[in-house]
Design a protein around this ligand. Structure first.
Ligand SMILES: Nc1ncnc2c1ncn2[C@@H]1O[C@H](COP(=O)(O)OP(=O)(O)OP(=O)(O)O)[C@@H](O)[C@H]1O
Length: 319
């Protein structure tokens, strides 16, 4: 296949109208599952299972995946956060006194050059690491006070990760990679398979369920990673350079996809990137440099004009 053919293939598979249709079919899917479960009696109480139980095609108004009791409380709050790496005798401060509040429903881009501390920040936001100083609160819980298994549970339920390198398990096929987080959450196997099948349909990979990651293109791997990140219906999607290893066109399909998740599903999307082009998707952009926040801008999506935190309309400095 030539590159153009691959892109055309993605276009046909990952088109937004199909995605919309899939979302709208969500209720039907759920109803079918529920009926099925009644017939065979093998599936548990579906009302307790997120993602497919909105019962309303307007997922945003359905509280699907909602975690904050109070929408005015930040979902994630960083207070005077420092991350200091120890290299023998030498200390290096990768983050220096970061204060940031992230609210449910934001599409936040954390933008900075190489070495500015983006991945360090992502690790803290995703509860993959704890700060050296200061506090990171997720849904008003200080993550430093949680033990490793509590952190793992919180991560599993609340955050879907999309990594630049996809982080798929090479020995598992497409479907098994998507099933993995559901297995960690000990979901019913039969329902998990239905969800995996549905998610692979959404991302246009139903015909690749048996393929190993090595038998997929970069864009397809990233779509598996997205399906996997959605498996447990996390309210937050955290992506580290999600388009970093993709060609431009495929990258935009992935971003449009995340954009739909934000708009249609009300997901909180957080992307760390060095790519200034991505700010067009953001409702807020946090610029970081040398471990510090340089400035924060509030944006109206898809407009070049932006507002800063004080509400003053500026032109974004895109350089
Ligand atoms: N484990 C570590 N030990 C020591 N220094 C580290 C460690 N991890 C990161 N650093 C340093 O912290 C700084 C920030 O690193 P980080 O990976 O967060 O940057 P980044 O903005 O994600 O960079 P890139 O875009 O190149 O991935 C860098 O100077 C890096 O060298």
């Amino acid at each position: 296949m030539t590159l153009t053919e691959i892109i055309d293939y993605f276009k046909s598979k990952l088109n937004l109208s199909k995605f919309m249709d899939s979302l709208e079919r969500k209720t039907d899917f759920y109803d079918e599952s529920e009926n099925g479960s009644e017939e065979n009696g093998s599936v548990g109480n579906l009302e307790s299972i997120p993602y497919f139980n909105s019962g309303n095609s307007d997922a945003k108004s359905s509280n699907a995946g909602r975690i904050s009791q109070n929408k005015d409380e930040p979902l994630i709050k960083l207070t005077n956060v420092w991350k200091i790496y120890q290299m023998g005798e030498v200390e290096f401060a990768a983050l220096k006194g970061i204060n940031l509040e992230i609210y449910e429903g934001e599409f936040l881009i954390i933008l900075g050059p190489s070495g500015s501390g983006k991945s360090t920040m992502m690790n803290l936001l995703g509860c993959l690491d704890i700060p050296s100083k200061g506090t990171v609160c997720l849904n008003s819980k200080d993550i430093s006070e949680l033990n490793e298994s509590e952190l793992a549970i919180i991560r599993g339920k609340m955050i879907g990760f999309i990594f630049q390198s996809f982080n798929l398990l090479p020995t598992l096929n497409t479907e098994e990679n998507v099933l993995l987080p559901m297995e960690f959450q000990e979901e019913d196997r039969q329902l998990a398979r239905k969800k995996a099948s549905y998610l692979l349909d959404i991302v246009g990979l139903s015909n690749k369920r048996q393929n190993l990651p090595s038998q997929l293109s970069g864009g397809q791997r990233q779509r598996v990673a997205i399906a996997r990140s959605l498996a447990v219906n996390p309210p937050i999607i955290l992506a580290d350079e999600p388009t970093g290893n993709l060609d431009t066109k495929t990258g935009y399909y992935i971003l449009d996809f995340l954009d739909e998740l934000h708009t249609r599903e009300g997901k909180t999307i957080i992307i760390v990137t060095h790519d200034v082009e991505l700010v067009r998707y953001a409702t807020r952009v946090v610029y970081i440099r040398d471990g510090e926040i340089e400035k924060i801008e509030t944006r109206t999506k898809n407009e070049s004009g932006v507002e800063n935190e004080q509400g003053t309309k500026n032109e974004a400095n895109l350089n």
